[in-house]
Design a binder for this molecule. Structure first.
Ligand SMILES: Nc1nc2c(c(=O)[nH]1)N[C@H]1C(S)=C(S)[C@@H](COP(=O)(O)OP(=O)(O)OC[C@H]3O[C@@H](n4cnc5c(=O)[nH]c(N)nc54)[C@H](O)[C@@H]3O)O[C@H]1N2
Ligand SMILES: Nc1nc2c(c(=O)[nH]1)N[C@H]1C(S)=C(S)[C@@H](COP(=O)(O)OP(=O)(O)OC[C@H]3O[C@@H](n4cnc5c(=O)[nH]c(N)nc54)[C@H](O)[C@@H]3O)O[C@H]1N2
Ligand SMILES: [Mo]
Length: 642
């Protein structure tokens, strides 16, 4: 028997693709992109098209694991044994030390809305300690909220109306491949593309102009551009009617000579003029603001400066214009049953340190779901020390990750092909459902089933009761119901969120307290500069081969570090070196790339600690200027021959 089933990819990715899976005799034999989905357009990325290897991997967990008191090893047990143990321990710890001694951590393993039901459980069981800040996009989120009061974008296809597209710190070839056909079509229609990135990467081939800015030099570049815009009369004459602080923004831009800003950005004047022409003359212009760029100590100021450039040049509220950082992926759903109560919070980028230091009461138990904080948060060794010294660590995952290895209990959960959930997207406005293409293997339960089984044991069965479908209905009823969109509708195919405007801010009304754009007018931290001891900034960037720490194929050999030949410390191309930061070191294979800057060291994001590939072992935990994001790319390192 051969059949085809459609589902939606639940990964932490802006594309949220529709997947067509072929099932033969109960086994998935092929997955492909859905030709009927307007964004997916019939193709999948590398990492998801290789997902069957993970789906059917021998490494997949198919029974709960409990750490044996005798051997200290994680051993398979029944669900009843695992859940009875977890329930009684959590209740005991709550009774002895209060609910804030339990820390519940959920990350981006799945972006399905069902995660809110797990949140609800922990809020009602406690409320317990939860995370604050955001390792992924905290700085940029806060920047957009401060500037516009809302974080969203115009319609995905509105890009066709742009004459200039600025890929500012963004690599769609890796992180949002379904943007590529649209950008290519825009170019065919005559739009120009500017790429502004310290790293020369594949998207370079799409760009008419490439500006290889200093890491974190974007704020200075934006100020140089602002000066040029003012001097050359390229500011929108109406800007003062919808922007606050226009003159203060102008003063800030002129607070230093143009040459100073250019020096700080490490670009020449022609490059800044090109940006100013794109925004001020070859309009409309859309800035596609990358997520990676804001993972710096001045990351929020950078995003705020780009928002301001788009605003003062009249590129907001017009077709083809915008400063697009995010699409409001949860906006159409109602998860207000979670109230957001918490007696205490742990700052996500400071996870390890804050866990170790938390007092009154100390954190005794940690529940990790849909995340791999050891590999993905900075200062991996601190994270390890923090988890290792807790009394109870529970991890829900389908693989024994660097984090799961440290747990007392591991609860095996479903994959993206077994998911039964509701999804928006942070890269477009389509809404969709995921549904199990095949049932999970015996011994595996969905996150919803796990939390429901636990809830029964702690007297909260009613709080989280209901099938996945009922929860979908519940989360759709309020906002989508009036538009006639139900679970049935989404089961027929994806639907564009009817609440999302085609052109954001078309009325030039913003959701700030004054209704106007709040232009940045305060100084920004200067970019992190490497020094003689540690002359390179380590950037662990997304790779097409993995979704964060979820690799399409196992990592073999040493991690590959890419540097300019002059920055290779004499190590030949293909040679082995040791990469040091102030806190740790790792062995790497060195690759020369003369197209890169001499002040960066590039490594794939998501390397595992146990295989020695983990860049985050070298990254000291540090915060961004706003939004409590992680300054992940500002870590100075040095390369040494062996
Ligand atoms: N294949 C794959 N796709 C992914 C992911 C993955 O791990 N693998 N991750 C997903 C996730 S979690 C997210 S949040 C998204 C976004 O994932 P990200 O990888 O954050 O996406 P980009 O926005 O492409 O940001 C990376 C780009 O920012 C550039 N950059 C870094 N610092 C600076 C700077 O100072 N200035 C400028 N101008 N540019 C800078 C980098 O060189 C790089 O080209 O993608 C998702 N998609
Ligand atoms: N140095 C450096 N560090 C970074 C970044 C960087 O660019 N450089 N990027 C940052 C970014 S953008 C992000 S978003 C974070 C990502 O950090 P994480 O969200 O921790 O990333 P993943 O490695 O994808 O971990 C997700 C885990 O969830 C599991 N999982 C998958 N599906 C499910 C499910 O349905 N249920 C449950 N319970 N688990 C599931 C996966 O197997 C995986 O182990 O990392 C950040 N860390
Ligand atoms: Mo992310």
């Amino acid at each position: 028997m051969k059949s085809q089933v459609k589902t939606t990819c639940n990964r932490d990715c802006p594309d949220a693709c529709s997947i067509v899976a072929t099932v033969e005799d109960g086994r998935i034999t092929r997955i492909a992109g859905d030709p009927d989905h307007p964004i997916t357009q019939g193709f999948l990325c590398y990492r998801t098209s290789h997902f069957l290897e993970t789906q059917y991997s021998r490494e997949r967990l198919t029974a709960p694991l409990l750490r044996s008191k005798q051997s200290g090893k994680l051993l398979p047990v029944s669900w009843d044994e695992a859940l009875d143990f977890v329930a009684s321990e959590l209740v005991r710890i709550r009774t002895e030390s209060g609910p804030s001694s339990i820390f519940y951590y959920r990350s981006g393993g799945t972006l399905g809305m069902m995660g809110a039901v797990v949140d609800l459980f922990f809020e009602r069981f406690g409320p317990v300690t939860v995370k604050r800040g955001d390792i992924c996009s905290g700085a940029g989120d806060e920047a957009q909220m401060v500037d516009f009061g809302v974080e969203d974008s115009s319609d995905f296809f509105d890009l066709y109306n742009a004459r200039s597209i600025l890929l500012w710190g963004k690599n769609p070839c890796v992180s949002s491949p379904h943007l590529l056909p649209v950008i290519k079509e825009c170019r065919r229609r005559g739009a120009q593309v500017l790429l502004i990135d310290p790293v020369r990467h594949k998207a370079h081939s799409l760009a008419d102009h490439f500006i290889q800015v200093r890491p974190g030099g974007d704020f200075a570049l934006a100020m140089a551009v602002a000066q040029l815009l003012f001097s050359r009369g390229q500011i929108d004459p109406d800007a003062s009617s919808y922007c606050d602080h226009l003159s203060a923004f102008r003063e800030q831009a002129f607070s230093r000579p143009l040459s100073d800003w250019l020096h700080e950005a490490d670009v020449d004047q022609a490059a800044a003029e090109r940006v100013s022409d794109a925004l001020g003359q070859d309009k409309p212009a859309t800035i596609l603001v990358g997520w990676g760029m804001a993972r710096r100590r001045n990351g929020s100021a950078i995003v705020r400066a780009l928002d301001a450039l788009a605003a003062v040049t009249g590129n907001l509220g017009v077709p083809g214009g915008g400063s697009s950082f995010y699409f409001k992926r949860r906006g159409a759903f109602d998860s207000s049953f979670v109230k957001g109560l918490a007696p205490r919070t742990v700052c996500e980028p400071l996870f390890g340190r804050e866990l170790l230091e938390a007092n009154d009461p100390p954190i005794r138990a940690v529940w990790v779901t849909a995340g791999n904080p050891v590999a993905m948060l900075p200062e991996s060794h601190t994270t390890v020390a923090a988890l290792r010294s807790r009394e109870l660590v529970i991890v829900c995952d389908h693989l024994l990750t660097d984090t799961a290895e440290l747990a007392h209990v591991v609860l095996p959960t479903t994959t993206l092909l077994e998911s039964d959930d509701l999804l928006g997207s942070y890269g477009h406005h389509y809404l969709a459902v995921s549904r199990p293409v095949v049932p999970p293997p015996d011994g595996v339960r969905s996150d919803l089933e796990i939390i429901q089984a636990l809830a029964v044991r702690v007297g909260l069965a009613d709080v989280v009761a209901g099938s996945a479908r009922q929860w979908k209905q519940r989360m759709m009823a309020d906002k989508l119901g009036p538009h006639g969109i139900t679970v049935d509708t989404l089961e027929q195919g994806p639907v564009r969120n009817p609440l999302a405007s085609k052109v954001l801010f078309a009325d030039r009304k913003f959701a700030t307290p004054t209704g106007r754009v709040n232009l940045i007018h305060s100084p920004a931290p200067s970019p992190a500069l490497p020094d003689a001891d540690f002359p390179l900034l380590l950037m662990a960037l997304s790779t097409e081969r993995s979704q964060s720490s979820q690799w399409a194929r196992p990592q073999a050999g040493l991690a590959v570090l890419t540097v300019h030949p002059d920055a290779a410390a004499g190590i030949p191309d293909g040679g082995i070196g040791e990469l040091h930061s102030a806190i740790a070191a790792m062995r790497v294979v060195v690759r020369h790339d003369p197209a890169q800057r001499r002040d960066v060291a590039l490594i794939p994001k998501g390397g595992h600690l146990r295989s020695g590939h983990c860049g985050n072992a070298l990254v000291a935990a540090a915060l961004t200027d706003l939004g409590e994001g992680g300054a992940l790319y500002d870590q100075p390192v040095r390369l040494r021959p062996l």
